[in-house]
Design a protein around this ligand. Structure first.
Ligand code: NAG
Ligand code: NAG
Ligand code: NAG
Length: 326
């Protein structure tokens, strides 16, 4: 009798604990490490909304100050993600280079910030620190790992980026080989969870390729579970676009198919892993170092969740029209 009354109670607790967020009719579960349980509160909407409010206010202030694309403010000033994305579309339609001019001071500030982090870090890469997330997306056969991997190299993926995240401003990907790409990216992150504010960074990922772990550039510690096949993984340095051309991080993204019996949903899907490894800023004050590793990197991990959910949803739409032949 006792056992009977306890078991349903435990089951109820377990299902309460893991949060499944639903977007575009599909369920998602987020983890910030491979050993963690899924997050217990929804990540995407709250983070995207908070980031959109900040991005919208900042962009409007810059438009006001410079007069660039000022007509865009007549009909696009709301604080929601969708309204911000419409404002960014309008600014980019005026000239795709507008964001570099509007946010030139931000780029300078970010260059200074990252140059400081790099010059005040003394360790090899085994001691670098990650912003990282795992997101399970239960597409139930509507989007496969191979399709998502192919889609990420397409023009559609570049086009989707300014709608995938409030702080994204530019992305241009060039396929450089069978298993390599390079990307020019202008985006920001920070400011929602971290007191550092948003660092809007203009950078390239010049050699984004299939990883080989166990090297000085890509230490063994960065390898992930072998269920993520190497053919669906890419890694590459993040290099500042101007000034020092410093390598200030390394980007690693992977995707795998998820069998129906692996998740909590009884549905199949894909799991996306995204990580950026950074120098640990070990010579900073204790306060700055902690703010960096605890809050600033958490900001980027949340930013990546928003992006991955929006981008997989867009990939599903594009692939369903036959765009992603795997
Ligand atoms: C931009 O200018 C408009 C019109 O003067 C004003 O209503 C708005 O508050 C300004 N926005 C910001 C963020 O400065
Ligand atoms: C930022 O990068 C773009 C190309 O991706 C380049 O055209 C622009 O000049 C750069 N701006 C700054 C300020 O670094
Ligand atoms: C690319 C994409 O699908 N972006 C969507 C992200 O989510 C926001 C909020 O729901 C939408 O407005 C975007 O269109």
């Amino acid at each position: 009798m006792l056992a009977n009354s306890i078991i349903p109670c435990v089951a109820a607790l377990v299902s309460l604990a893991a949060s499944t967020e639903t977007h575009g009719g599909y369920d998602f579960q987020v983890r910030f490490s491979n050993t963690a349980d899924p997050e217990t509160t929804d990540i995407k909407d709250a983070y995207e909304q908070a980031a959109a409010e900040q991005a919208s206010t900042h962009l409007q202030a810059r438009i006001n100050a410079t007069g660039i694309a000022a007509d865009c403010l007549k009909s696009n000033t709301g604080p929601t993600p969708a309204e911000l994305y419409a404002l960014k579309d309008c600014v980019a339609a005026d000239n795709v280079g507008n964001f570099f001019t509007l946010l030139a001071d931000d780029i300078e500030e970010s260059n200074t910030f990252w140059d400081t982090v790099v010059s005040q870090s003394t360790t090899d890469r085994t001691q670098w620190v990650p912003a990282r997330m795992y997101t399970k997306a239960y597409f139930d056969g509507d989007l496969l790992a191979a399709q998502f991997a192919i889609w990420t190299q397409s023009q559609n993926a570049d086009d989707a980026n300014n709608h995938a995240n409030p702080e994204h401003y530019y992305k241009k990907t060039t396929v450089t080989g069978l298993t390599s790409q390079s990307s020019d990216i202008f985006e920001g992150w920070g400011g929602v969870l971290s007191t550092f504010g948003t660092k809007r960074t203009n950078f390239t990922v010049p050699e984004y390729t299939t990883p080989t772990f166990g090297t000085a550039d890509y230490p063994e510690e960065w390898a992930i579970d072998p269920s993520f096949l190497l053919i669906f993984q890419r890694i590459g340095p993040k290099v500042l676009k101007s000034g020092s051309e410093a390598t200030f991080g390394a980007l690693h993204i992977a995707v795998r198919d998820l069998a129906a019996d692996e998740g909590d949903e009884g549905k199949s899907g894909i799991e996306v892993y995204a990580a950026v490894w950074y120098p640990p800023w070990d010579q900073a004050s204790e306060q700055s170092r902690m703010e960096f590793t605890d809050n600033y990197l958490a900001d980027e991990a949340h930013h990546m969740v928003v992006e991955v959910i929006n981008l997989t949803l867009q990939a599903q739409k594009d692939c369903s029209t036959g765009l992603c032949v795997a």
